[in-house]
Design a protein around this ligand. Structure first.
Ligand SMILES: [Zn+2]
Length: 243
């Protein structure tokens, strides 16, 4: 690409963050933002729930909660969240992977589809997976840093499962706002299983990628957020809990 060439983008391709992720990493698990507010800004995305009560995935405007027992519930607009990232999903190009691929090769394949590490991307992958490792988190009291909860996460592993991976790529330098790099959540086709993706061995998949060059960020107005001292560098914590 010539240095002055531009990548073609769909009009108004933007990501919405209802709070900066560093508030979550510090342990502010109650921001009381209604799902109805989140859905005004997108029909596709991920996040968590107030009190860190499980993993959130939003597909086609439907929001699902995967709790720490591994149970999936479709939830209504009244549920509350401290952190979610959404977009109105419009895939640009699609890419298929139909050959045996290790978990490491899969992550490299996915990263290589992205033309630059300096944009956001929404990523939706449909297909069959030979192996998947996901996690969810048990409900928490406020103010325990996210890194302290790392060894309480519950891991689920599946073989030969069909479903959808949904999430985002965030530029590394925006790590105080959203999880840097690839961040994907899984929901099985039968809506029975899911979680935050830890490892994936695909069998036959189709990945859709949406380039995103705008961001809308809401800053919470809770007293917790307004009074918090955000001087601590949370990058190490984030690498520990979200990778
Ligand atoms: Zn996650």
């Amino acid at each position: 690409m010539n240095h002055s060439d531009k990548i073609a983008l769909p009009p108004d391709s933007s990501i919405y963050l209802c709070a900066p992720v560093n508030a979550l990493v510090e342990g502010i698990y109650e921001e009381n933002i209604h799902l109805s507010e989140i859905l005004k800004h997108g029909d596709f995305g991920l996040g968590t729930f107030d009190d860190l009560d499980g993993e959130m995935i939003i597909l086609d405007g439907h929001c699902y909660q995967i709790n720490s027992a591994g149970k999936v519930l479709e939830v209504g607009e009244q549920v509350l969240t401290p952190f979610a990232a959404v977009t109105f999903y419009v895939a640009g190009d699609h890419y298929e992977l139909n050959e045996p691929t290790s978990a490491g090769q899969f992550m490299r394949w996915l990263n290589d589809l992205l033309p630059s590490p300096n944009l956001f991307y929404a990523i939706r992958i449909e297909g069959e997976f030979a192996h998947l490792k996901v996690r969810s988190v048990p409900k928490q009291a406020n103010y325990r840093p996210l890194s302290a909860i790392n060894n309480e996460q519950v891991v689920f592993e599946f073989d030969n499962i069909t479903g959808t991976l949904a999430g985002f790529f965030t530029p590394d330098f925006l790590s105080s706002l959203s999880v840097p790099g690839l961040h994907l959540h899984f929901l099985s086709a039968d809506r029975q299983h899911g979680g935050h993706l830890l490892e994936c061995v695909p069998r036959q998949i189709r990945a859709g990628i949406q380039l995103i060059n705008k961001m809308e960020l809401s800053l919470p107005l809770t007293s917790d957020y307004l009074r918090w001292d955000f001087h601590r560098n949370i990058r190490q914590d984030l690498d520990k809990v979200e990778k």
